[in-house]
Design a protein around this ligand. Sequence first.
Ligand SMILES: Cc1ncc(COP(=O)(O)O)c(C=O)c1O
Length: 353
Amino acid sequence: MNLIDLRSDTVTRPSSGMLAAMARAETGDDVYGEDPTVNRLEAMIAERLGKEAALYVPTGTMANQIAVGSQTRPGDELLCDPKAHVYLWEGGGIARLWGVTTRTIAGKNGWLDEPALTEAGVRPGDDHYPRTRLVCMENTHNRLGGKAVPLTVLQSACRWAKDHGLATHLDGARLFNAVVASKVAADALAAPFDTVSICFSKGLGCPMGSVIAGRKDLIRGEAHRLRKMLGGGMRQVGVTAAAAIYSLEHGNIEDLARDHAHAAILADAAEKAPGLTLEHGRPESNLVWIHVDPKMASGRYFATRLKEKGVAVAVLGEQVVRACTHRDISESQTKTAAEAILKTAEEVWRMAP
Ligand SMILES: Cc1ncc(COP(=O)(O)O)c(C=O)c1O
C-alpha cells in the first residue's frame, strides 16, 4: 500500500525536471558571494517581494532567527501571537540565541492586529523594562489553520509598529500560499515589513532552502554575518538554489491553488465525519487542522487508525491532527484520503466507550 503522506508539505520530493535543473546548475562558493545561481535566486526574490536585497539560507527557522537576531539586542522584547512559529516551534531560539524576551499578544482572530497591539502597548522607556523592539507576524498562519492574514491587518499592525519605532518581520514560510489564497501580490503582502522570510522546501516542492529579504544594509550587513555565525554559510549551494528558481519558473506557485482545492475536499470529509470538527473553520490554504472529540479518541489514536488505511497525518496536540495537502498528492489520492478519514472516524466513533 502506498502511503498518502499528508503530514506536511515538507515531504514533497524534487520532480525529475527540478532534479535536472539542479544537475545543470552553475555554481561557485556562496560564502564568497560567487555562486551565480544563488545570486540570481536572491535577485529574483528581492524583486518579487519588492525588497532591496535577499539572502539564501538553509531553512525557514534560520531565516526567522536571523530576522530576530539582526533587528534586536540582548534584553530587547519581541511581540508576536502565542501560536507564532518563531516563538513556539523554533526551540526557544529567540531567548537562547539572542537573549530576547517574548510577549505574546493575540487579537480576536488569534493573530496580532493593531487593536491588540494598541491595548498591549510598548514597554515604558524606563530602566526597569525590556525595550520593545520587534513585531513578528506569520502569513499564512500555520497554527491558526493556514489562514491568510488580511492585507489591511498586516498594514495597520506594521503602521502601529513603525509609529512606535519598532522593526517588523513577516514569517512567510507559506507566503505564496497566502498570495494564492488572498489573491494579493507577494510584494504587497511583504511591503509593510522590514524583513520577510519565505520557504522553498514546503509547497513549492524543493528539497531545501529559504530566503530572508529586506533592506540592503540589513541583509548584506548583519543578516549576512549572522548566517555565517549560525553555520548557514554554504558553498556550491547553487545546486539547491536552482531547484528554487525552477519552482518559480515552472508554475509551482500557481499550482498551490490545486493544493488548496484538495484541502477543501479533506475538510468536507472532516465536517461530515462523526467526532471530527475543523479546528479553525474552513481551510483557506493547504492546511486542514482537525479536532478529534475526546469522547471518541485521542488525536494520536485516530491518526494511528487512519494510517492503517494508508493515510498519514501529523499529530499536533492531544486532540488535534493536521492534514496538509501538497504537490505530490493528486486529486484521486485526496479523494481516497477523504474517504479514509470519514471511514476511520465512523469506525472509531462506533467503538468509542
Ligand atoms: C510558519 C512556519 N515558519 C517557519 C517554519 C520553519 O521552516 P523550516 O522547517 O525550514 O525550518 C515552518 C515550518 O514548517 C513554518 O510552518
